[in-house]
Write a protein that binds this ligand. Sequence first.
Ligand SMILES: [Zn+2]
Length: 258
Amino acid sequence: MVLLGSSREGKSLKTSPSHYVQLQSVEDSWPEGLLVLMYHLVGVPPLFHRLRGLYVTPRHLAWQLRELQATPDIHFSTLGEWNRLRPSGRHVEITFDDAYRNLFVNGLPVLQKAGVRAITYVVTSLIGKSNEWDQVGGARREPLMDRTQLAEWIAAGHEIGSHGLTHRSLTALSRDEARQEITDSKHRLEDFFGQPIRHFCYPYGDWNEAIRDMVQEAGYETATSTIAGLNIATTDAFALRRFLARHQRPYLAALTRL
Ligand SMILES: [Zn+2]
């Protein structure tokens, strides 16, 4: 199934899919390069919920990982490894935005069983709190991982990156405020967890050249956007493209297995 659409920035290739449901949905446009999958919540999507599309069930996450692992020429990588080497061939990185508690409870066991490493982007001033930025718009309260859970996530072999301090759109802030979101969040995570924080994710996918440059100047190595697409050798490390991984309805999954 190929879903056509454009990203928030309006820069996606019109011929590319905008979502990832199964390998077949990107296979034709993926001869090589890094495929970054973007997940958010791991759990059963609540009925009639505005953000229903951001939930993937643990079963479906497991199914998507198994499908990728079963394809011999696809290699799981990390943003840092791929970005430093820009190797040829097909590579995948799994990302989870916002560091939800249900990623820890429902997603971590799936990743451990599959032996797949992932990164989650932490909203630094909301560690142990909840998705306050979405509740303003009427979304369901979803708890975020606390420091102990994030430490266990790291101890299990996974990475964390910064998603800013407060999940505000950086393009709507003054330069000083944006710089604070980008640099203070990095330093705070480094203090909390005693390791360098190398990867940034733009809240809402909102960025421009000035924001991009601030992220680079702050000492990050990569930044992920919400522009749909694959990353090739020449892709800007501070505008990495991703596909939103979507849940597939059970009857469609059954059909595709026939
Ligand atoms: Zn987010």
